[in-house]
Design a protein around this ligand. Sequence first.
Ligand code: G3P
Ligand code: CA
Length: 296
Amino acid sequence: MKDFLRTVFMSAALIGTGAGVANQTMAAEPIAPSLNPNNILNVAHRGASGHAPEHTLLAYELGQKMKGDYIEVDLQMTKDGELVALHDETLDRTTNGSGLVKDFTLQEIKQLDAGSWFNEKYPDAAKKEYEGLTVPTLEEVFEKFGKDARYYIETKSPEVYPGMEEKLLEVLEEYKLTGPNVPSSKVIVQSFSAESLKKLHELNPDIPLVQLLWYDKAAEITDTELEDYKTYSIGLGMNFNRIDEAYVQKVRDHNLLIHPYTVNEKKDMHQLLEWGVTGMFTNFPDRLQEVLKEHK
Ligand code: G3P
Ligand code: CA
């Protein structure tokens, strides 16, 4: 990861400063486009979840249509060891089921309605077609979007699901989304759990990793912590409400990407771009696309 990181940022730093021209002769390896800090990433948070029920294939499809650069997928694991796209450890908020995901088989979870809740909660955005949407497996997401999409995948509560990292790598390899012939920027894996990321880094050091930070931690970050994150990750994600311009610059000074979440208002998007973020998670990729155009 260190060599990978150095290549990514050395090339970007040169490109970013214009020194790249002076150093054309440098044999800098090609930089993965979406890991270039000069390319601002539009991450469709749980899909275009401001417009459609989160973590459904329809929300992901909408995120793609709205020019999101990445589909964000939160992972939970079923009783029979299948990876499913769901934010919460329980079924209650986003399905008509109740209880812990880990206590139900995939077949049982597939019976649930994962769309109607959205119509009830957001009547202004309600659509008949949302009724009866189901919880997708990670494999179904890859079946549908394949290599035409990029995936920003979060290992949620990995301590609850022993073996989640191995299963994730198995599915990624099955769908040929990792490996030497795949641009490394097809998949980014994120987690609040440093242990989960370090385990993934051990298992496959070529997958770009992003460390997510808790709300209360982001504001007091130290140089030592930043250098430690850099030993296994290429960037950080944190609540955008907890940071300021100095924070953004400090992270960037350590050559780390910075993807705050979850940014839904245009004024906040503009502000964060002014501060120098390298991307952001949003429920409205369409809005961020408009802001990016205004920012060019
Ligand atoms: O993964 C980035 C962001 O989504 C973290 O917060 O709770 O929305 O998964 P959460
Ligand atoms: Ca997430």
